[in-house]
Design a protein around this ligand. Structure first.
Ligand code: DC
Length: 237
């Protein structure tokens, strides 16, 4: 019988398409690790700003990335991101840090610095990783790839509610504009742009509850396992 290995699951899509909620829900149900790669770019943008490193300086930001130790730690329902032992989970969710993360993520040396770390986190399987380039660049041989999308107005509403809960005062139309600009920047950059991998399953979460979106991904697991068993059997021949 083919050897069983834990799956590697890649979830990509634009901002506020539901990636984090779905990835976290799927990871919890399967007992897998969840890796939020956006949180890595966000923490790096936050730390750069704190240390006076310009978001416009590719080499300096990349150099900073190389000195940092990123870790993901479960805290009940919440996945915390710690960098050099400090908790950044709540500090990095603002709209301006999102834009900073998008800006630094377009620099090739910055992506190279984080790519190795992200590949290491995905190497042993048993992981759900979300971001913009997971299925296309970080884990191109993932066992299951999902591309989540949703209508821009609905995504703006979701992000607006999230920001309001945090106490960020931004109008819905400003949130919509910012989200649209960030998506355009992420789609149009020269390196590892946001796009749907050819072998990814596309899902539109506009009219789905969080639970339905998690279930829709979980339904694909048996087929991904079957395919993995076939692939690992044929690679031994
Ligand atoms: O998922 P998020 O909104 O927290 O990500 C913030 C920014 O980080 C996003 O606008 C682009 C960048 N990012 C990226 O370039 N590649 C990833 N794999 C994840 C995030």
């Amino acid at each position: 019988m083919a050897e069983h290995r834990h799956l590697t699951i890649a979830i990509d899509g634009p901002a506020s398409a539901g990636k984090g909620t779905v990835a976290r829900g799927v990871a919890r149900r399967l007992g897998y690790q969840y890796v939020d790669t956006g949180a890595m770019y966000r923490s790096l943008a936050y730390i750069a700003r704190e240390q006076g490193v310009s978001w416009a300086s590719p080499q300096e930001v990349a150099q900073l990335a190389g000195t940092l130790d990123f870790a993901f730690v479960w805290d009940g329902e919440l996945l915390r991101i710690e960098v050099d032992g400090r908790d950044y989970t709540r500090l990095i969710r603002s709209d301006s840090i999102g834009m900073g993360a998008s800006q630094i993520s377009a620099h090739p040396p910055v992506r190279t610095a984080l790519l190795t770390l992200q590949r290491d986190l995905g190497a042993r399987g048993g992981v759900v990783m979300d971001g913009r380039d997971i299925g296309t660049v970080v884990l191109p041989t993932a066992d299951l790839k999902v591309y989540l999308d949703a209508d821009l107005d609905i995504r703006a509403q979701r992000r607006h509610e999230e920001l309001m809960r945090r106490g960020d005062v931004l109008s819905l139309s400003d949130v919509r504009k910012s989200l649209d600009a960030r998506d355009r920047q992420d789609r149009e950059r020269a390196i590892a742009p946001l796009r749907c991998a050819e072998d990814a399953i596309r899902m539109d979460t506009s009219n789905m509850t969080e639970r339905q979106a998690v279930e829709a991904v979980l339904q694909r697991i048996p087929e991904a396992r079957r395919q993995q068993a076939i692939d690992s059997g044929s690679s031994k021949q």
